[in-house]
Design a protein around this ligand. Structure first.
Ligand code: PEP
Length: 266
């Protein structure tokens, strides 16, 4: 269902009217985690300044440590929904458990499935039945074929509004959080008609790498990027070191204004 063998045309997925794929290079940005209404609104305004047309933010956080901040749950979803009303930015947010899909889908414009859940087949199937577009991150140890098969689980349930997200894979290299597999973008685009975006924040894990990796993603032909921003990263409850600050926004906006045109996108 997701293979290009059957559908030669590349797909465009619309998230509350915002296109991902085709001629567009879409920017999704926002805080890693929803912490407070003020922090989420400020991050959303930052996202808009950077050229984003969709807001990201986690209310359910799949943390490596059970002692780390796990997210605000439904209270976080309500904050996202209020911020959407205030800014007009549709919301992309993660769901980590099949039993939460209906609830998360009642607030979200797009469901995110994270790297740790890429092969949580019950979750994939539930997301496929939720009636909302799905952002499917690549498992950090998954091959491209396994990633596409995970997308197939969603598609099999009747939902072809799937966007693939390359977010870095596990390698021997420790200088970055994960290794951005930039070649996965054209490879996945050649095998599947689904749009493919890149997460330069979770792959590099460091603020200074976000702009260079974004440049690489756009240059290689990614259909979009998803970027962490935070008004005060030093106090962030999740992944502060990779969040862009106010000071970085103009550079990101400039990149998003100029680079896509050089590779034939708007
Ligand atoms: C995220 O985007 O909030 C996230 C947890 O990403 P990943 O699943 O890629 O680690």
């Amino acid at each position: 269902l997701v293979s290009r063998e059957n559908t030669a045309e590349r797909s465009v997925v619309r998230v509350a009217g915002v296109p991902i794929g085709g001629d567009h290079m879409t920017v999704i940005a926002g805080p890693c985690a929803v912490e407070t209404p003020e922090q989420t609104l400020e991050a959303a305004l930052m996202a808009r300044r950077a050229g984003a047309s969709l807001l990201r933010g986690g209310a359910y956080k799949p943390r490596t440590s059970p002692y780390a901040f796990q997210g605000l749950g439904e209270a976080g979803l309500k904050i996202l929904s209020d911020v959407r009303d205030e800014t007009g930015l549709p919301v992309v947010t993660e769901v980590v458990d099949a039993s939460d899909v209906e609830l998360v889908a009642s607030y979200a414009d797009m469901l995110q499935i994270g790297t740790r859940n890429m092969q949580n087949f019950a979750l994939l199937q539930a997301a496929g039945e939720a009636g909302k577009p799905v952002l499917l991150k690549r498992g950090m140890s998954a091959t491209i074929e396994e990633w596409l098969m995970a997308a197939e689980y969603i598609a099999q349930r009747g939902n072809l509004d799937i966007v693939l997200c390359e977010r870095g894979i596990r390698t021997f290299e420790k200088a970055t959080r994960n290794t951005l597999d930039i070649s996965a973008v054209p490879v996945a685009q050649s095998l599947s008609h689904l749009p493919v975006i890149v997460d330069p924040s979770h792959s590099g894990g460091k603020r200074d790498l976000v702009l260079p990796l974004s440049r690489a993603a756009i240059a290689v032909g990614a259909d979009g990027i998803i970027v962490d921003v935070h008004p005060a990263p030093e106090t962030a409850l999740c992944d502060g070191p990779q969040a862009l600050t106010e000071a970085d926004l103009d550079a990101l906006a400039h990149l998003v204004d100029t680079l896509p045109a050089l590779v034939g996108r708007t």
